[in-house]
Design a protein around this ligand. Sequence first.
Ligand code: ADP
Ligand code: MG
Length: 704
Amino acid sequence: MSENIKVTEIFGEDVFNDSVMQQRLPKKVYKELKQTILEGKELSLEMADVIAHEMKEWAIEKGATHYTHWFQPLTGVTAEKHDSFITAPLPSGKVLMSFSGKELIKGEPDASSFPSGGLRATFEARGYTAWDCTSPAFVRHDAAGATLCIPTAFCSYTGEALDQKTPLLRSMQAIDKQAMRLIRLFGDTTAKKVIPSVGAEQEYFLVDEKKFMQRKDLTFTGRTLFGAMPPKGQELDDHYLGTIRQKISGYMKHVNEELWRLGVTSKTQHNEVAPAQHELAPIYAEVNVEVDHNQIIMQTLKRVASQHGMKCLLHEKPFAGVNGSGKHNNWSLTTDTGVNLLEPGNTPHENVQFLLVLSCILKAVDKHAALLRESAADVGNDHRLGANEAPPAIISVFLGTQLTDVMNQLITTGMADHSIGSEKLETGVKSIPEFMRDTTDRNRTSPFAFTGNKFEFRMVGSRDSIAPANVVLNTIVAEAFKEVCDVLENAEDVDMAVHDLIKKNFTEHQRIVFNGNGYSDEWVEEAKRRGLPNIGCMVDAVEALTSEQTIELFEKFGVFTKAELESRKEIKYEAYSKAINIEAKTMIDVASKQIIPAVIKYTRQLADSINAVVAAGVLEVEVQTELLRETSALLKKTKDALNELKKVTEEALTKEEGKESAMFYHEKVMPSMEALRTPVDELEMIVDKDMWPMPSYGDLLFDV
Ligand code: ADP
Ligand code: MG
């Protein structure tokens, strides 16, 4: 890491981006590739050969020896298989470095070890990775040297999506087509494309690597399964936006430099609410690029941490009792000419196109609330959603004062004749420059909040891909757009028809709008009255993937087939069962081999001390005796709970795979895990710290 870097010089230096392509590719090839990227035109193998050659030459100049198709199977992490550029030895015994068009556009990893949810029998192992030229290739430098990474989609021999990217690209086509119809109706004749733009704010924790290694729960599951609360948590609100400590700033600087070299626009960094928690946000980008960039961000955060003697925790809930981590997904729709369809302007009541778009989004979110909630469903995220730190599990939309007022005007009178304007901010201090305050305050508790010119979906978990949420957003909004365009393209009086549709959408779907406190119990009651779904856990949430309404939606736009949806549901059940199984086994291991032996040692020490004190002729040993009794009682509770957890964990293995198994883990194994944790955490508060077999919450959170 250099001391003084010029950001403008290093930015994107490891990316095969537009300027590199323009410089290196013959004009004709460059033009054709651009057409493929922008218009989806097919690329000939001849052209691919030229591009592959130039890409290889460029990568070798950066020190690369290998290339990999970089893809996102349904494991939650990215996958790669490295091939070096070397050819078979020549007669001279020397080798050449080569890379063909075929190798660039198609890869054939064995697909049998990736989750397919029954889409593909294990003996039919063939899977293909296909170059996604809309997301630029890059060279990654790490301990393995330098590797040319080529973003790809991953599908089965028969073309079914086995990854996150394929459906994402399909959903982008769907929203593009319908949004184009809509803006044409409003007279936009120049735009050629409408693209979802996304900015994902990434939260994470940093802990000391040595302490991390001493905790098997963190090592095996990414979260703590035991741990008493330290005397101090996050109650003083002194960490959020607090001064960043030197060690952490050094880490952030290093992360930023790596990200900038990879063309990731790392922009904002700050301390988050919980101790040891931080956030990084890039500048928004086209959603397919942002999905890849978010993966790069997560990998970089982890890799760089170990170079600074730390571990980066991306789990949604590493510690009980303090906030978990999420990922706010800021979403908008932009034309290739730079117009944001979610920009209300100063007088939204007059902005008819915006109002139609907004009313369509309300309709989409209301109709498909359960599906949108599902898109953020993950084992770890169950600990956040609805736990008064993240949005509740109930989907609602925050519109703010101004837009809610416009909506209400339209619903009640059919006309909106004014927008509540912004006012001067009065601070009462003369030396502070005057400025206009926003037309609405912020709302932190809403899962889907309108924030100026974008919607912020706040449910996604910190370690999860943002692809599923955006697949859903793109497709449900495409459907709502389609429904209005179908009417408008055939309307005699378009203005009148637009007016009626806006009013209809707002009227029928106003129940989804909620501007109040999403953390309150009253909201849970109110939402129930409104008939909004409140889906508390992942196992229940995944049902939405195969509802009739969902299948119809995704098949209509060619985003998922019914079989693909069913497979995804199976994969999620399986992932749930496996994750809880690992957590339960880890608890059993730690309790049996570390905690119970440590507590026994401690009771032995107490007993010895009682005997020694009595032998010395002192009979006042009440304190020691009481401690010994208390500890022994908790030890007994621990052992009983451990036996019970072992029993249910074994029983879980007898359940049928899929929903039955996942349900059992949720309803039986999870509560038994809690029942074991409770006495252990109490013991941690009693037992001599030197004898406790792992670092405490206090050690992990306040001593990074
Ligand atoms: P917050 O105050 O909620 O942290 P920021 O203004 O920092 O919001 O933006 C958060 C994220 O939203 C950033 O990644 C930013 O680039 C992104 N963002 C800003 N405008 C848009 C937009 N029009 N569409 C999509 N994302 C956007
Ligand atoms: Mg935000």
